[in-house]
Design a protein around this ligand. Sequence first.
Ligand SMILES: [Zn+2]
Length: 209
Amino acid sequence: MIKSYQKLLDGNKKWVKDTLAKDPNFFKKLSQGQKPEYLWIGCSDSRTPANEITGTGSGDIFVHRNIANLVVQSDINIMSVLQYAVEVLEVKHIIVCGHYDCGGVDAALTNNDYGITNYWLQHLKNVYHKYSDVLDNIDDKRAKADKLVELNVIEQVRNLARTQIVQNAWKRNVLQIHGWIYSFNNGLIKDLNIIIQHKDTLAPIYRFE
Ligand SMILES: [Zn+2]
């Protein structure tokens, strides 16, 4: 049996060699700590690696990924990541990056039984219900899923804005939240230009173009 995982370990050795050839102090610098400016909340999809698609490297982005890039306040995992990123690392930007052709979004558009994942997908179904007047009128399956991808990112930005962690950061005026969508079609990221107009309220107002 071919050990397919071996290529990862071999790849690591090659990467170390190549990296040191370019910068002999690379790992020495990394070991001194991190000060990333960005928190990335993306999808677990293997085709959406934060550093690779943004042309960044080690130390640049603090990353949290889950199925369909959801911000769920009862999820201790993402809330811990958020608190550490905002209060300890003091990131300046939080990016919620969804992507078209998202398997999580596609799954939420069905009534299939996905076991325990049903609980997670329910958050997406809630987004659907909120915008059902828009989504029910889109007949094309792909177009409907793409619209839900966009609406989901907007809702997750709102969920972020409602957290006490972000509200507290805004009192210090140090944080911007962005909603982006990545496309496999051309590799480009689209900025949804979600503008938060009222920073110091628990009910922020957004403009979406
Ligand atoms: Zn996805």
